[in-house]
Design a protein around this ligand. Sequence first.
Ligand code: UDP
Ligand code: MG
Length: 136
Amino acid sequence: MNQIEKTLSIIKPDAIERNLSEDIKSIFLKNGFQILNEKKIKISKEEAEQFYLVHQSKPFYNELCNYLSSGPILVMILTKENAVSENRALMGATDPKDAKEGTIRKKYGLSIDKNSVHGSDSTENAVKEINFFFKD
Ligand code: UDP
Ligand code: MG
């Protein structure tokens, strides 16, 4: 069933550094997402470790947490029908080399680690991730 959902999107340090946040936001808006809330922040390594806790056993966990805490990020709550899967589709594959034409990672991603955007992977995780960054 089609449901209006919320999902968490992050524009990662590599994209902020290249001043791509307005371009990426306009892609979301053109694709029917509304941005309900947004803030530009810099998180600590400890916060990144908490955010990516599901990946703690992965070989890339330490580098991933160093990276996400290495510079400013833009965190956003996006909404539309089926926002979680729609955002995953618009982002494209984790590795930009595998991402399809027309996806954000294909257009802007530099590598599997510097892949420009994060998006929640399930409605349950979307709720958790939104609460992580927007507690009020
Ligand atoms: N990642 C990485 N190396 C890998 C796999 C993932 O650096 O071999 C990073 C990548 O930045 C990715 C993040 O870890 O976005 C989280 O991985 P996940 O599998 O959840 O991919 P995503 O949900 O972001 O597509
Ligand atoms: Mg993921």
